[in-house]
Design a protein around this ligand. Sequence first.
Ligand code: AMP
Ligand code: FES
Ligand code: ZN
Ligand code: ZN
Length: 304
Amino acid sequence: MAKKCRFCKGPLVYPEERLCAVHLAKYVEKRVDKVLEKVMGLKEKKLLVAVSGGKDSMGLAHLLSRKGLNLELLHIDLGIPCSSAPALTVVKAFAEARKLKLNVITLADWGFTVENLNNCQSLFKSNTCSLCGSVKRYLFNRFAHEQGFDFVVTAHNQDDIAAFAVMGISAGDLRYTSKLEPISWPESERKTVGRIRPYFYVPEKVSLLYTLTQELPYHDGKCPYLTGNKQGDIKSALLQMETTSPGFRQHLVKFVRKVPVSDSHLQVSSGQPNSCRVCGYPTAIDICRFCRICEGLSNQSQHQ
Ligand code: AMP
Ligand code: FES
Ligand code: ZN
Ligand code: ZN
């Protein structure tokens, strides 16, 4: 006889935990609530949910939009050919259907595109997706700070978080540990809004199943600049470990979070928290990465 949901005997969508679609949704919500309940007075907080249009952020935005929270959406239009336009369409339709305010930042308005970043990988000694990640993080924080939001909410899932832990270890750079928390608290005097990662305890596979079973449209576009995807390789290896040792990813993150971080663990000395000399937003060194990117791209275009 086919196995049935362990709670209601409905048809299974997540056989590993023997859950039907309804109880999968409850399972995801419970894990999300475990993170959200750490924020005192959450309903009074102004939340900015960063939605890329992908499976994780559309599922999370759907779940949060049903909780009566004070939230708006933010999408960054990266101008990636064949990918950004359909992602924006998905996000716009979602916002309209839910009557949620959608804020859109167009990267081109900042004077560059992801294509420019792609052409300057050697100048910045970094790959395109890492540069793009820095730009997105900067814009999330700056927009949220300027508009008076308390927290930016992202849909990083448990697999992403475990991969950050491994990347920190493999680079010998424990600055990654700041990403291993479900919540980072606002530091308004440093122009830093808080960060909530509600999918911290939700595995990627479960996030996908949730989005599918809730019948939510999403944009399934792999970033075209992703080459030699180290994070993807690490995620696959971690998935393998999870199969033989269930709970591995969670234990790994828990373990790495406990490692005391001293300056010798950091590739760049943490020193005193600084404000960027150009924009005034936080940076570990004199000028923040975003401003260095803007300056590098502008110098380069002047010499062409
Ligand atoms: P990624 O770094 O692409 O794995 O995305 C991690 C999270 O960042 C997503 O789940 C979203 O919450 C957010 N995000 C990524 N790309 C965008 C974007 N273009 N606009 C808004 N939010 C984004
Ligand atoms: Fe933005 Fe690859 S260029 S994620
Ligand atoms: Zn059930
Ligand atoms: Zn700056």
